[in-house]
Design a protein around this ligand. Structure first.
Ligand SMILES: [Zn+2]
Length: 458
């Protein structure tokens, strides 16, 4: 009997211990959400970033102004703020693009955006017949006889039935990224790419493309989904129509620039670092609000919330606003090199670069024991609508840390609308919800605080 009593006592003691640990976590998380949801600092900071420095391509004046402004904004909440030097590659769009569909005497001007990294057409512009394809296999089938001297029109649309639009982006981006190089191999003189989005409008969406040195570099532009549909219809009626494009884009000399880094020093193990970041550069159309002004502001809010709430993290919390995610990732490469040079332990790296819609979960890449610990945190986040705890975490900037076996996480917002804004004039401050932005900041901060508190990745 006595033994039974003792057992009951021990079990209830343990149970109370568990309950109170969970209670403490819940209280801490609700304190973080309360501060984030009752403050407009993040929203005002995003407004400043978008409206004062809307065009932030690496190497541009816009991005250097943005770095200085965000430096001033974050300084009051950090123990240290510094600029990490990088040499930025500098691609410039130049004069506004011209694109004209010519059918006999009829001329129809349409909106176009040169792809990032593309060469220009020269002042005279470029006029040629057009051949439409949907895959590299079709291109190969047409061969030199079908393609020589023409413009190749890549018109492979994203499938709207896919509930993961990012997966469709992955399936269709080949035509934008490698399209010019592949078409030039068969003698094409230029490429026209359907925008990678499902939104039926007249806004073209740009993005990075690549050349290889052994194949001639030909100009590449994106046109909107509606214009792509119309061009396709026109081609079916009149395969000898012509297309005219004039672009003034060019690569300029490299420019000295920076990653912006700010830290709150750890209280117990300051040499271990949690990196949280987004990218400060953006495309030169729209305002880079969802991509990735939001990710920058989420990361800045992590420091503001920890500072304001006087949370004492065990480890150093380091915000990094990476330079040049969109084109050549010079910022992320430099940061990873620097971590290696210092032989620094990055306990975890978290990226926010999937837009500013309602947060619904996290993805995590880590070893199996660490992944299990990450999963254990889920019940704390479910009350806030954060239900998806999945594997396969990371992001373009933090993936450079992968070979150091750093656990990589990214916050997952609802993915349905992201490609409506992505890389286009649609990506403006007004398209970001105040509430979703606050929830994103709170969620990412709470995750960092819990991973640190529970030593989940030890
Ligand atoms: Zn981005």
């Amino acid at each position: 009997m006595k033994l039974l009593h003792s057992l009951i006592y021990i079990i209830s003691f343990l149970f109370c211990g568990i309950v109170s640990a969970q209670d403490n976590d819940s209280v801490l998380i609700s304190t973080i959400y309360r501060e984030a949801l009752s403050n407009d600092w993040a929203y005002r900071t995003l407004e400043d970033l978008c409206k004062t420095t809307p065009h932030r391509l690496a190497g541009s004046e816009g991005v250097s102004k943005a770095i200085s402004r965000m430096y001033q904004k974050i300084a009051p909440f950090a123990d240290t703020v510094y600029l990490q030097s990088v040499m930025a590659k500098h691609w410039s769009r130049g004069k506004k693009e011209e694109a004209v569909v010519i059918i006999g005497k009829e001329k129809r001007s349409i909106a176009a955006l040169a792809l990032g990294g593309s060469v220009g057409t020269g002042k005279a512009g470029l006029k040629a017949n057009v051949v439409e394809v949907h895959s590299f296999a079709e291109l190969k089938q047409l061969g030199k006889t079908g393609i020589q001297g023409k413009m190749v029109f890549y018109n492979f649309a994203m499938d709207p039935m896919d509930m993961v639009p990012g997966r469709q982006y992955g399936k269709t981006v080949f035509q934008r990224f490698f399209g010019a190089e592949q078409a030039a191999y068969y003698g094409a003189v230029g490429t026209i790419v359907r925008s990678l989005t499902n939104i039926p409008d007249k806004n073209p969406h740009t993005g990075i493309m690549r050349y290889v040195d052994s194949i001639p570099k030909i100009p590449a532009i994106a046109i909107s989904t509606l214009d792509a549909d119309e061009l396709s219809r026109d081609l079916k009626l009149n395969s000898s129509l012509e297309f005219f494009m004039r672009t003034g884009c060019e690569m300029l000399p490299d420019v000295p620039s920076y990653n912006l880094i700010a830290e709150i020093r750890g209280n117990e193990i300051p040499k271990e670092v949690i990196t949280v970041g987004g990218h400060i550069d953006s495309w030169d159309v729209g305002e880079g609000a969802h991509d990735d002004g939001v990710g920058c502001v989420h990361s800045m809010e992590v420091l503001r919330l920890i500072h304001t709430l006087k949370i004492k993290p065990k480890r150093t919390i380091r915000m990094v606003l990476f330079l040049d995610e969109e084109m050549f990732q010079v910022g992320a490469r430099r940061y990873a090199e620097w971590v290696k040079e210092r032989n620094e332990k990055i306990y975890a790296a978290i990226e926010s670069d999937s837009g500013g819609s309602l947060p619904i979960g996290f993805s995590c890449t880590a070893d199996s024991a660490q992944y299990l610990e990450f999963q254990k945190l889920k019940s704390l986040f479910v009350p806030y609508g954060i239900n998806r705890f999945r594997n396969d975490g990371g992001g373009v900037d933090i993936d450079f840390l992968a070979d150091m076996h750093v656990p990589l996480l990214d916050m997952n917002p609802d993915p349905q609308r992201y490609f409506e804004y992505h890389h286009s004039a649609n990506d403006i401050f007004e398209k970001v919800s105040f509430r979703d932005l606050q929830l994103g900041s709170a969620t990412i901060t709470a995750m960092i605080v819990m991973l640190d508190k529970h030593d989940s990745f030890k």
